[in-house]
Design a protein around this ligand. Sequence first.
Ligand code: SF4
Length: 369
Amino acid sequence: MRPAPELRVEIVSDEEMAIIEAALAAAASATARPLLSAAASATARPLLSAAARGAATISCAAYTTAGDIEDSPPSQRRSLLSRFRERRALAVTDITATEWCDKQMQFVLEHGKPERTEAMKAGSERHSQLEEEVIERVDVAIRSAEESWAVKFMNFIVGTNQLLCNGMTRELPVIGVVEGSWMVGIIDEIQMPVDDVSSHPILVDTKTRFKPTIPSEAQKRNGRLQLMCYKYLWDSSVGEKFPAEKFFSYFDLDPNYLLSDDVKLYISSLGFNAKNFGDVLKYYKIACHTLSRSQEQLTLRYELQADHSLLEEYKFSYDDWWFKDQIQEALSFWLGAREPKFVTEEEWWKCKFCKFAPNCPKIASISRC
Ligand code: SF4
């Protein structure tokens, strides 16, 4: 028998950086509002269109002409949360991008995301392929924030039906409150166990890699945090009472909002009957009660972009203490309780791949030494 080829660990690769840049890009494009269209599947599985999600982007070129972020003391500046996510939830990608480098996250928020690389585009295409294996998109006109949320909740309901009936679903939107802050995410893949011993779903995230190398510890750590965020959001969705009043109040939504004919038609095509936004939320709460908490073990899959072969399947356990610590650290940055940190000395290599390095005070201080 031929021995399995040994995989080389690479400190960082183009693709590795692309994943982080993708997270940063997602964080920046999350500023796009309003959402304009939605999509659905043969198993009646709608999804907000990626095109609509990425509709508003900011040119990275703007960065070179703006140099004022260090000018005023932190006490006189509004927090990044209130400046960039007011009445909106933090995305899981906001948290993972912050974990990668606070300062880079701040640069992205204030000056725009870096341009997408070829590796990033290839990674997005692979995720679209995986999504299309289980989801067919349809367009639905959305006229308000209430309708946008209604479609997301319907996506969750139909996706979890698909999970229970077919044993697997992908691109499932989740929402919840983590350490006092609203957070949203889209779970890559959820599987039901095949052994009949457990009824707890398995959360999986797939990363594509340009080269046949396994990821560095920094990237794995970032992936662990991402999956732990999803687990926390899933488990709180299915295990806790949804804080509807807080939700309506924080996002400034009207539960009595009458849905448009287009959205009502779309919801009825999925087998539901909703007149207003509150009706959809009732269906969502019922769906949550039929589900169980996810497994403690989480799975990160690394596959090669060229042929989709599996490079590594990395399993690890949810660690509540570590997770909460990471979230509190990230939130203290978003809430303005502390200055943004730079990468640690051990991870200075990240700066070599950072588009903001020429304007980063950390690089300037290293050069002066
Ligand atoms: S240059 Fe380094 S420390 Fe500065 S923002 Fe980029 S990654 Fe962070």
